[in-house]
Design a protein around this ligand. Structure first.
Ligand code: ZN
Length: 155
């Protein structure tokens, strides 16, 4: 049984996968995408940026993304073509999140002026396209995609 979402979430492409409690907080889980390609989302608050996403984290066993991925598969929203090769542990996950926050803080001054914001988006898209082309680069591409979304919500 899927419990209705607790928080406001405004993406029409997302399919709700119900609530999931992780480290003392309720997360609303979603699948966003097609059967072939997409991502898992875990929202933990009503504010726009109060969510995390990353199919690669789910594939590597990191909660709450693993739970979202399992539900997306069992609910028929996603057909994985490959099973995970490795897992990352909680310490590695914290490092990855910390790097993401630092990089986010670094780029925010760029976003005060439109030309720089556009240039930044262009450069990021180039990095995403380069990384997304191979399996090993997907985690890195996911970081850049998150930064792109960060840049968009910061405008
Ligand atoms: Zn969505």
């Amino acid at each position: 049984m899927i419990t209705p979402p607790k928080y406001t979430h405004d993406c029409e492409a997302c399919k709700s996968l119900g609530q999931f409690e992780h480290e003392g907080a309720v997360h609303d889980l979603y699948w966003c995408g097609t059967h072939e390609r997409g991502t898992v989302i875990a929202r933990f608050g009503n504010d726009g940026p109060d969510y995390g996403s990353g199919l690669v984290f789910g594939e590597r066993g990191v909660q709450p993304y693993k739970e979202a991925l399992d539900r997306a598969i069992s609910g028929g929203f996603y057909n994985p073509t490959k099973r995970p090769l490795h897992t990352i542990d909680a310490a590695q996950m914290r490092v990855a999140q910390a790097i993401g926050k630092v990089e986010g803080a670094l780029v925010s001054p760029w976003l005060f002026r439109d030309e720089e914001s556009e240039l930044y988006a262009y450069l990021l898209q180039g990095r995403i396209d380069k990384c997304a082309a191979d399996e090993e680069g997907r985690a890195e591409a996911a970081v850049y995609e998150a930064m792109m979304r960060y840049a968009e919500v910061s405008k």
